[in-house]
Ligand binder design. Structure first.
Ligand code: ADP
Ligand code: MG
Length: 554
């Protein structure tokens, strides 16, 4: 059996010195080349061939390592470092740091590292520093550099401390990211807190719904108030608000989710359970269902945002009622007149019937009386119908509605000496709330009379028309007069509530109410007016789409 024995004999040191000095540095790489080429005889460590083994071994180990290393050797702390360390000192110190004394290279951090090196050199205390900020001159300025490093003593065979070996890695990049992330997180948290505050305190109700089932993710106090403090978070909207489903709001949410088109409700009526066990309460809401999109564009939820406008809506209804009463008041005199005249005739005719013996003549008088009564009955019916609320939109002939209005207003027109021209050229009907439209036309005609003088003309026109924007078919109604016209200032304000130029006799609500009614019919109004003598007058022109009062299609 053959054996080889490994012998560690200190009496026979490895014959390093026998080699040429340049061959004593073994590694390859830039720092190895520089270390080989360096004239060490000018430094306290002396020429390479005189280096003690410990230094040679340490330097060779350091140069071969892929981990950043730095060595301070001897009393002057002469410096060695490897390729891995080089990027951390950049051109400001490299390559001048090689072979130099520590304090010449590191004056800016000497207060930090001086004592640490001293602890190693004098007491052999190794140290470990993690992510320590040691700002150094680099890239022409003092830079915040973070290091994780260990200082350890390099000892001779006899235990004498000869140098300090630094094994380190620069952690600036990571630390910077960490700091950035920390400040970003803080910033985000602040933003989130701000947003939460905003939602909590916003004078609007707010809810966030997730997914196709519209799961409640977030609600604010006003939203909770609206839905009677029900617990909805985590629940699907269908389950959480069953009454909203019945009123078609869930279908709207589904549509927004599928099409990505937001939905806006103006003064929309919604019946909600505001207190458990109590009957539903009607609220009027201005709101938007806004789709939420992910970064890739897909819809992931819906934001519900809105305000409860119930109070202002109720106030508005009072005003609408006021204008209706005013309209009735305006009509009252002409109606009284209209009914009174036939009744007077009837009285007279009946007297004649009594005093006449001839049968033929008596029948003639009776027939006349009947006709007069029929006229009075017609006026009465029209009057009664005038303010009857229509709850359902019906097929409506606009010329008929206009004629109904004219029948009641005729006496005023006659008194005022205004000629009426009718240009009706349509057989189409529109789906509409007839009583509401009657109110609109009555006000337009009344306004035209107010603006006219004896001898003026009023032209009522009803024509088939097309919405030039959408190509949609409809009907255009215009009410034109040759009256005094309006100034630019007046024209701009006529739809404002309470705006009137008629002093105590006007309410200033007629056109404001009309605008609301026309809006609910998806109709568009255009007003032209002139005060120039040669073309004096005003034209109100209204376009109605055929299915005017059908909210689903507009
Ligand atoms: P009111 O008739 O009670 O004044 P409206 O809202 O109906 O209230 O009309 C507001 C104002 O618009 C009128 O006071 C008048 O100044 C102006 N206006 C409306 N129609 C006409 C018209 N055909 N010619 C001139 N001015 C008009
Ligand atoms: Mg008016």
């Amino acid at each position: 059996m053959e054996c080889t024995e490994w012998k560690n004999d200190p009496a026979e040191p490895a014959p390093l010195i026998a080699k040429a000095p340049r061959e004593l540095i073994y590694s390859t790489g830039e720092m190895a080349d520089l270390t080989r080429a360096f004239d060490w005889s000018e430094t306290p460590v002396g020429p390479v061939e005189q280096w003690p083994d410990t230094l040679l071994i340490t330097v060779n180990t350091l140069l071969a390592s892929r981990f950043p290393m730095f060595l301070w050797w001897g009393d002057e702390l002469t410096q060695f470092y490897n390729d891995a360390y080089r990027p951390s000192i950049a051109a400001d110190k490299h390559p001048r740091a090689l072979g130099r004394a520590a304090i010449e290279t590191w004056p800016e951090i000497w207060p930090i590292i001086g004592p640490q090196i001293e602890a190693v050199m004098t007491r052999g205390e190794a140290s470990w520093h993690e992510d320590q900020l040691v700002p150094i001159y680099r890239n022409g300025k003092l830079e915040d550099v973070y290091w994780t490093y260990s200082y350890s003593p390099v000892r001779d065979a006899d235990g004498t401390i000869r140098g300090t070996l630094v094994t380190c890695s620069e952690t600036t990049q990571r630390k910077r990211l960490e700091i950035e992330r920390a400040s970003l997180i803080k910033e985000l948290e602040q933003k989130r807190a701000q947003l939460t505050d905003l939602f909590q305190q916003a004078p609007a109700f707010f809810a966030a719904l997730r997914g196709p089932e519209h799961i409640f993710e977030l609600t604010n106090p006003l939203y909770q108030e609206l839905i009677g403090q029900r617990h909805v978070i985590g629940k699907a909207a269908r389950e959480a608000l069953p009454e909203a489903d019945e009123q078609g709001f869930l279908a709207l949410l589904d549509r927004v989710y599928q099409t990505g088109e937001p939905f806006v409700g103006h003064g929309t009526s919604m019946h909600l359970a505001r207190t458990a066990g109590q009957p539903l309460e009607e609220r009027y809401l201005d709101f938007i269902y806004q789709p939420m999109r992910e970064s890739d564009g897909t819809i992931s939820g819906i934001i519900v945002l809105g305000v409860d406008v119930t109070e202002s809506k109720r106030a508005e209804q009072v005003l609408i009622q006021t204008e209706k009463l005013a309209a009735v008041g305006r009509l009252a005199s002409s109606i009284a007149h209209e009914i009174n005249n036939p009744l007077e005739s009837v009285t007279n005719l009946l007297y004649l019937v009594e005093t006449t013996s001839e049968k033929e003549v008596r029948l003639q008088y009776l027939a006349q009386a009947q006709a007069e009564l029929a006229r009075a009955a017609k006026v009465a019916t029209l009057t009664l119908r005038f303010h009857r609320q229509s709850t359902r939109a019906r097929d409506t002939s606009l010329p008929e509605v206009l004629e109904g209005v004219l029948t009641l207003i005729e006496p005023r027109l006659k008194n005022a000496g205004i000629r009426v021209e009718r240009q009706y050229g349509t057989r189409r009907q529109i789906t509409a709330y007839e009583a509401d439209l009657r109110q609109v036309f009555a006000n337009l005609v009344a306004n035209a009379i107010d603006a006219s003088e004896h001898g003026d003309r009023m032209i009522l026109r009803v024509r088939d028309a097309v919405n030039w924007r959408s190509g949609e078919p409809g009907i255009r109604v215009s009410v034109a007069d040759t009256g005094v016209g309006m100034s630019e200032m007046t024209r701009r304000r006529i739809f404002d509530p309470f705006f009137t130029t008629k002093g105590m006799t006007g309410t200033g609500l007629g056109l404001w109410v009309s605008a609301g009614i026309l809006q609910s019919h998806n109709a568009a109004v255009r007003v032209c007016s002139s005060q120039r003598p040669e073309r004096r007058g005003t034209v109100f022109s209204i376009f109605f789409p055929l299915d005017a009062a059908n909210p689903g299609t507009h």
